[in-house]
Write a protein that binds this ligand. Structure first.
Ligand SMILES: [Zn+2]
Length: 850
């Protein structure tokens, strides 16, 4: 469908569906090219809805027969569904359709992956399975029968009955169609058990292909911990007899929370010390928790329409962040979350794809599974908690579950429970859901007669496409330090509601040094022209771990910007500040590793653009290389000591303490490789007995343009393990130096193992390359052409995956006229592709015109 022909959906057009469904009965007779789906749906008129034509969604279905109350009917069929005359009162609709899962390359609806049938229905995949009101506000209990010779046949809910070649499932909890799931395959389970707080026994299964069952222990353990945590912290118990998770190799996203039958990208389930890194283990823990937590925030209480996506996603991301913090380290988790937020969401908010946390229109909802909806959505909930306090938050959540269980709810419902539970008026706070863009916060301060006054100003970026914006409620967590480093004002949350606002603190002996936005208390950009000395002071003394890290981060950004613009050498105050942090053995090694990590090249490009400069990706790459070399030279002795001391005793464990030691040790290795030409990293690679060390050493080598022998050895060792091979592709595409990045990536795309229709493999090459800033932005434009060619190829088979990766181009306006011209040409070429998808058409149109 062409972009102009695609219809824009508006939040303001919401109308309830004219019927409710009391009961859904589905039967699947599976066959790769001709699966039969029969459905029996009991409709009753919805008294709350206006009178309307009976319309069921349906796409790419062959209708075999349809009947109402047993009488054959002939509905009118279009590309998007069917309409039919129906009785005034309740009636039973029956239909039989045929679909071809083996030909479904979009991986949406019912499809096949390595001989196994599986489904992905969120957001609008169910309409490719059968005719149905495929919208989240239509909730019903489902009974499903699956007929197939395959040994394992699964669907949502509890097992009802089974025999040779068939199985029946019943899900008693009403749910929207996007939570439907079906899996059939030759699978084996790793099984566990959980007893809920009220004594219900639940069977837990993680289903994988034979041979992978020894890689499920960590996922199972993470699931049990998630179930316990949700009971302890939110009072939420699991509500079925069985909880199934299935690992699938071909999957468009991370994982999906289908009721009682989660389907996961195998990358987020399978792990062993030999094949998965510490980061992989942490991500598995977080995603298992996220999908499990959806059972209440998403499934029991779902969204009224897709504009409310942040209702389930923002809240569930917030909950999984809390969980990971509890399992690991809160400061480290907070820093990692903010790094991600800035890298993806701030970038989005600052470009042509900016949209509110609750969008007001879309063409293709798949394009709105964004960092803004997820990560900024979670930040908004964090602010709400900060404003109402922990007790207020707990009361509001209890009320939310009590009032809305079984509902398809809205952001208005969500805010109302906070207002009712705490007595606060949240009408101004609601702007966080409606206004796009990242607010900028600046301040001036003065000190007089023991009184310290600080005046804040908030401004929203003024992109021409946005309407004028109103001041937002910004919780500013502030602490004050006196000049000897003691804290004179512990963290205090100031509530800013005006465009400019002042706060005063009395009785101070000396002018304090402010520590602002502690814990990153709001998703804003703090414009702070502190001197290098002031930042170095905070890096050494701030009692808030986030702001201590932030001070180092700001220093390194300033240093890099000055190196790029004026060719200055690295600031000694910065290098000394790093040395002090490294020497402090009381600090968590994982935290120290984060302090040593430089801002990304994309961060520096944005910092330069913010200051009115045109960033040159190659100059940024060179400055970062020079700075890493200078850090290594300045800290050499300390780094060597850390490298020797941090070796983990005993066998590999993925838990946070050991992972933190490895993280700092590998950071030291990466820096030392700048001095020794990679000799130590080569030895480290040869001695590695786990993937974290193996990948860390290979990373250190590739980052200095070495590692050819290790790349070859890695391939020989791992060529039969698809998940590990994704790393082999990703490391090369992401780390090859700019002078040969395009050549290397072109060769990778010609490699026989580049199975590009697999989304993980595609992302590990094309996605990783677009993050290799200096290579992607090669002055010849060859990097843009390469990515555009592959996006066009992918768009023809899997529009969702292609459209999401098109964000590689979203920052095009920052660059020079030549690069802008090359990118626009690439975007226009994509837009002109015959048969362009609705997904890609919308993305390219927004980027080009925004
Ligand atoms: Zn989610």
């Amino acid at each position: 469908m062409s972009e102009s022909a695609a219809q824009t959906i508006l939040l303001s057009d919401y109308t309830p569906f004219g019927w409710r469904i009391e009961k859904v009965e589905l039967t699947f007779t599976l066959s790769p090219k001709a699966t039969r789906v029969t459905s029996r749906l009991r409709f009753v008129p919805n008294p709350d809805a206006p009178k309307q034509v009976f319309f069921l969604h349906g796409e790419q279905l062959s209708l075999i027969r349809a009947a109402i109350d047993g009488q054959t009917v002939s509905p009118e069929i279009t590309d998007t569904g069917l309409t039919c005359a129906v009785p005034d009162g309740p009636f039973t609709w029956e239909s039989e359709v045929e679909i071809a899962p083996a030909e479904n390359t979009a991986l949406e609806g019912l499809y096949m992956s390595n001989g196994m049938y599986c489904t992905q229905c969120e957001a609008e995949g169910f309409r490719k399975i059968t005719y149905y009101p495929d919208r989240p506000d239509v909730m019903a209990p489902f009974s499903v029968r699956v007929d197939s010779d395959l040994p394992v046949l699964l669907s949502n809910g509890n097992p009802a009955a089974n025999g040779a070649g068939w199985a029946e499932w019943h899900d008693p909890w009403p749910k929207p169609a996007y939570l439907f799931a079906l899996v059939a395959g030759d699978l084996v389970a790793k099984t566990g058990a959980f007893t809920t707080a009220s004594g219900k026994k639940v069977t837990l299964n993680i289903w994988v292909r034979p041979g992978d069952q020894d890689k499920c222990d960590y996922a199972l353990d993470a699931l049990e911990r998630s179930m316990k945590w949700d009971e302890d912290v939110y009072g939420r118990e699991y509500d079925l007899d069985v909880f199934n998770i299935v690992a699938v190799d071909d999957f468009n996203m991370g994982a999906m929370e289908n009721k009682g039958l989660n389907i996961f990208n195998s990358k987020y389930v399978l792990a062993s010390p030999e094949t998965a890194t510490d980061d992989d283990f942490a991500r598995i823990e977080a995603i298992i928790a996220h999908e499990y937590f959806h059972n209440w925030t998403g499934n029991r209480i779902t969204c009224r329409d897709w504009f409310q996506l942040c209702l389930k996603e923002g809240l569930t991301v917030f909950r999984d962040q809390q969980f990971s913090g509890d399992m690991r380290s809160h400061p480290v988790k907070r820093i990692e979350d903010v790094l991600m937020l800035r890298a993806r969401q701030f970038r989005e908010d600052n470009g042509p794809l900016a949209h509110p946390v609750r969008p007001e229109s879309y063409v293709e909802i798949n394009n709105f599974y964004t960092a803004t909806v997820y990560e900024k959505g979670a930040e908004v909930i964090g602010m709400l908690k900060r404003l109402v306090g922990d007790d207020g938050y707990a009361r509001a959540l209890d009320l939310y579950f009590q009032r809305h269980d079984g509902d398809a709810a809205t952001i208005e419902d969500w805010l109302k429970v906070f207002e009712d539970a705490t007595g606060r008026d949240l009408s101004q706070f609601k702007r966080w859901y409606a206004q796009p863009g990242t607010p900028r916060l600046s301040f001036t301060d003065n000190f007089n007669n023991g009184r310290y006054e600080i005046n804040f100003k908030q401004e929203n970026q003024n992109r021409k496409s946005f309407p004028t914006k109103q001041p937002q409620v910004i919780p500013i967590a502030l602490g004050l330090l006196n000049p000897n480093g003691d804290e004179v004002l512990p963290t205090t949350v100031l509530e800013m509601t005006e465009a400019t606002q002042s706060f005063a603190f009395d009785g101070l002996a000396a002018r304090p040094i402010p520590s602002i936005l502690r814990g990153f208390s709001a998703p804003v950009i703090l414009d702070h022209d502190a001197s290098a000395d002031q930042r170095a002071f905070l890096l050494a003394h701030d009692t808030d771990p986030f702001n201590r890290w932030e001070a180092g981060r700001a220093l390194s950004k300033d240093v890099l910007v000055r190196m790029v613009l004026r060719g200055e050498s690295p600031d000694p105050a910065y290098l000394e500040g790093l040395a002090e942090v490294l020497r402090d053995n009381a600090l968590d090694p994982a935290y120290r590793a984060l302090v040593l990590r430089l801002p990304s090249e994309d961060d520096i490009a944005q910092a330069l653009a913010d200051q009115g400069h045109v960033p040159d990706p190659l100059a940024i790459y060179r400055a970062a290389q020079t700075l890493r070399h200078a850090i290594a030279a300045h800290l050499k002795d300390r780094l060597e000591l850390l490298y020797a001391d941090l070796l983990c005793p005993g066998p590999y464990s993925p838990e946070a303490t050991d992972a933190g030691r490895r993280s700092l040790r590998l950071t030291a290795l990466g820096l030392l490789s700048r001095l020794d030409g990679g000799a130590r990293a080569a030895a480290h690679y040869a001695a590695a007995d786990n993937m974290t060390d193996q990948q860390g050493a290979l990373t250190a080598l590739l980052a200095i343009g070495a590692g050819d022998a290790q790349v070859a050895a890695f391939y020989d060792q791992w060529q039969d393990d698809r998940l590990v091979m994704d790393k082999w592709f990703m490391l090369q595409a992401g780390l090859t130096p700019p002078d040969r990045a395009v050549r290397t990536v072109t060769a990778l795309t010609q490699h026989p193992d580049f199975d590009w229709k697999n989304p993980n493999r595609f992302r590990s090459v094309i996605g990783a390359f677009s993050g290799n800033a200096a290579g992607f932005h090669d002055p010849s434009g060859a990097g843009y052409d390469l990515v555009a060619d592959w996006l066009m190829k992918m768009d023809a088979v899997n529009p969702q995956t292609a459209a999401r990766m098109s964000t590689a181009f979203e920052t095009w306006r920052r660059y020079d006229a030549d690069r802008q011209g090359q990118i626009c040409e690439a975007l226009d070429r994509i837009r002109a592709r015959p048969g362009l998808s609705r997904d890609m058409g919308e993305m390219v149109g927004r980027m080009r015109n925004g």
